[in-house]
Design a protein around this ligand. Structure first.
Ligand SMILES: Cc1cc2nc3c(=O)[nH]c(=O)nc-3n(C[C@H](O)[C@H](O)[C@H](O)COP(=O)(O)OP(=O)(O)OC[C@H]3O[C@@H](n4cnc5c(N)ncnc54)[C@H](O)[C@@H]3O)c2cc1C
Length: 445
């Protein structure tokens, strides 16, 4: 692939992120309206508690289907919204889903208990024993409660990514149980074959999206490109670059600023996939990642052998030239956050200023490359060193280094505290939000 030099979008164009977000909301709103229509059509022949409980159940299931689309990793959505934002929405709608389904169970139990003159727990046990599909729903809710608990920030930080992810996969079991429960006992669906067909359609699309984005596309791309490690370069004591070759790489739709989930098929690490950004713009012949040792998986990359097969899911991410709004740019990197910045510098058209923030000169990996690129492209490069405090990228410092900062797109990647400080500085300097683009090196936070 030849590097695409992407000019900024014309000022009148609707931003890609806004298009994708509006599309998602519109689809959700349209489906919410269809659900309400079928619900009303089925009639309200029960007491108010049961009616409210059923409505919670229907909307809970709709949110569940929407949840699947958010994490399906569909390229069109991912390039426009970004996996970080999609994952964050998935996280928050996940908690909303949990409360909606709990409300469904509580309202239904109280509603039926009211009619039968017994307590809600007795009624729930009775329903589970006598009504087809209710036990499945209780198991589904139990699974979702466990997934919700391990996804709470406190638990999430204490679990290895893989453990959390493995538990999370049980939601697919919950999805199947919940769906079969609904079509078996949901009055909206037992009353109307059109409603049933619609519901099968909704779930077919949602599950189809997951199968396509998470299974078919990655398998197809890896079969096609046959990726292998072609070189391993030690950049410093704890940073290594891995060069990867493969077939037809000019057909890989990757852009500077994007990342892949890399799985190196060695005997002891094939089970682990880690996200790493491209640290050079793809040139149609090779891909390169540069990884700092943060844990066992990234540290083991130093020992990967040339020739090792690689399974890569991606490219993912919206930290790309697609979102440009201005013809000039400011690229700010902190530490190993330099990887996508280095690739973007190669790809972006127009004048660029690069600020590379590190604690000491020796931490500035890829600096020589950055300097050569800056010279070749006529970009200004500033290496800013020193301890985190005092803040060397405070508003006054930034304005001094880049006086026309308000007229540039800003691309930012670095450690969270540095990024938060720079985002505050950019806000103080009045840089419009749509000109600020950033990549956080965490997805499931
Ligand atoms: C979009 C993105 C791009 C990144 N690019 C780079 C880069 O170019 N260079 C670089 O050095 N680092 C990068 N990182 C960080 C890098 O992914 C982690 O340092 C690495 O995965 C740590 O894995 P580990 O097995 O060594 O450590 P672990 O101790 O296993 O993991 C440490 C933390 O890394 C995160 N992590 C691990 N695996 C995954 C995964 N599959 N998905 C999401 N998060 C995971 C989790 O938050 C985990 O808690 C990037 C991260 C993201 C999200």
């Amino acid at each position: 692939m030849t590097t695409v030099q992407s000019p900024p979008a014309p000022p009148t164009a609707i931003r890609p992120r806004v298009v994708a977000r509006t599309g998602l909301y519109a689809v959700l709103a349209a489906n919410a309206a269809v659900v309400a229509y079928f619900f009303a059509q089925a009639g309200f022949a029960s007491n108010a508690l049961i009616v409210i409980g059923r409505l919670f159940g229907l909307y809970g299931a709709l949110v569940m289907a929407f949840q699947l689309v958010l994490v399906a990793r569909l390229p069109w959505l991912d390039r426009r919204i970004g996996m970080d934002r999609l994952t964050s929405w998935h996280r928050w709608t996940g908690f909303a889903l949990l409360w909606t389904l709990l409300a469904h169970a509580v309202f239904i139990s109280f509603g039926y208990a009211d009619g039968a003159g017994v307590g809600p727990v007795t009624e729930l046990v009775d329903l589970a024993e006598t009504t087809e599909g209710v036990l499945r729903a209780i198991v589904a809710l139990g699974i979702i409660l466990v997934v919700g608990a391990v996804s709470a920030r406190y638990a999430r930080r204490r679990l290895a990514y893989e453990t959390w992810h493995f538990i999370h996969l049980y939601t697919y079991v919950a999805v199947v149980l919940a769906f079969t429960h609904q079509v078996a006992v949901g009055t909206t669906f037992t009353a109307s074959s059109a409603a049933k067909a619609y519901w099968y359609g909704v779930w077919g699309v949602a599950l189809g999206a997951v199968v396509l984005g998470r299974l078919v596309l990655p398998l197809w791309r890896n079969l096609r490109h046959q990726l292998r490690v072609s070189a391993v370069v030690h950049e410093s004591d704890n940073v290594v670059s891995i060069h990867i070759t493969g077939r037809d790489l000019d057909r890989m739709p990757a852009q500077a600023g994007q990342f892949f989930l890399w799985r190196f098929l060695t005997r002891d690490r094939w089970w682990q996939a880690n996200p790493f950004s491209l640290s050079a713009a793809p040139d149609g012949r090779t891909l390169r990642l540069t990884a700092k040792a943060a844990g066992d998986g990234s540290a083991a990359l130093r020992h990967v052998k040339v020739g090792t097969r690689v399974f890569a899911e991606g490219p993912y991410g919206a930290f790309t030239a697609l979102h440009r709004t201005r013809s000039e740019s400011l690229l700010i990197a902190g530490g190993v956050g330099v990887t996508p910045i280095r690739a973007l510098l190669e790809e972006l058209e127009g004048h660029a200023v690069v600020i590379y923030r590190v604690s000491a000169d020796r931490d500035a990996v890829l600096y020589d490359e950055l300097r050569e690129l800056a010279v070749a492209k006529g970009a200004d490069l500033h290496l800013v060193t020193g301890p985190p405090v005092p803040d060397r990228l405070a508003p006054r410092e930034l304005a001094r280094l880049v006086p026309d900062i308000g007229d540039r797109d800003v691309f930012l990647c670095g450690p969270p505290p540095m990024m938060n400080a720079v985002l505050r500085s950019l806000g103080d300097l009045g840089v419009p939000k749509q000109q600020i683009h950033f990549e956080r090196f965490s997805l499931a936070g």
